[in-house]
Design a protein around this ligand. Sequence first.
Ligand code: ADP
Ligand code: MG
Length: 256
Amino acid sequence: MNDTQPILDVDALHVAIGEREILRGATLALRPGSLAVLMGANGSGKSTLGLALAGHPRYRVVGGAARLGGADLLAMSVEARARAGLFLSFQAPPDIPGVKNNLFIRTALNAVRESRGEAPLDAYDFLGQARAAGKSIGLPDSMLGRPVNDGFSGGERKRNELLQLALLKPKVAVLDEIDSGMDVDGVRAVVELITRLRAEGTAFLIVSHYLQMIESLSPDVVLRLADGRIAEQGGIALAHEIARTGYARAAQVVGV
Ligand code: ADP
Ligand code: MG
């Protein structure tokens, strides 16, 4: 695929929760290795966009299109989307009592590896990789042996999402407020991992309110979601303006 072609192409997406339409024509495109920051007031639909792209059944796509690497993303099952290279880190990662973290992540990784035509990792090789990745993001080894997110603090849950990102190396990663609840070392680890994967070609859609992190990510574009669509886009200056003036005033500026 030509690098100038978008790896993710979202065209006039409409998404409803129940009878209420939350997204009403959201359009964006990401090229391999590019990074877009998605901003927007609470409740504007940022998480809805990520969850709808990942295929959460409650977020019903009622119009528009989304393509991943040229293929119809919306026609795929949730698992097929992940195998095709889409990764979503949850704003509030759930715990899964009874399922061991290392088995959970290894199963996900081997499913993705299989669809890339790579051999599965056995428990030993996986553990080596997971420990090394865990170390680089400050997640202790002991977290691998516990049930998924069971008793994890907010910041530990976010680091566990990062661990999955580091191992899965997706084509497109949607990170929903990955920095929230994280300490300064955690935020630094986020930036380092994103920068490394981006250099390897992963495209990122990053939901964040945290100006300092947004700046250190050097985004290609900053998008503002309002009224169910991308109401405004710009460079880092847009993030600065939003931080300075808030979402209410920004909405007036573009007349939505
Ligand atoms: P953001 O992530 O931008 O803060 P969300 O996408 O989480 O916003 O939410 C968009 C709107 O959809 C909000 O009004 C929210 O209350 C509503 N919403 C989100 N998820 C659900 C749900 N599961 N059931 C009902 N309403 C929901
Ligand atoms: Mg949200």
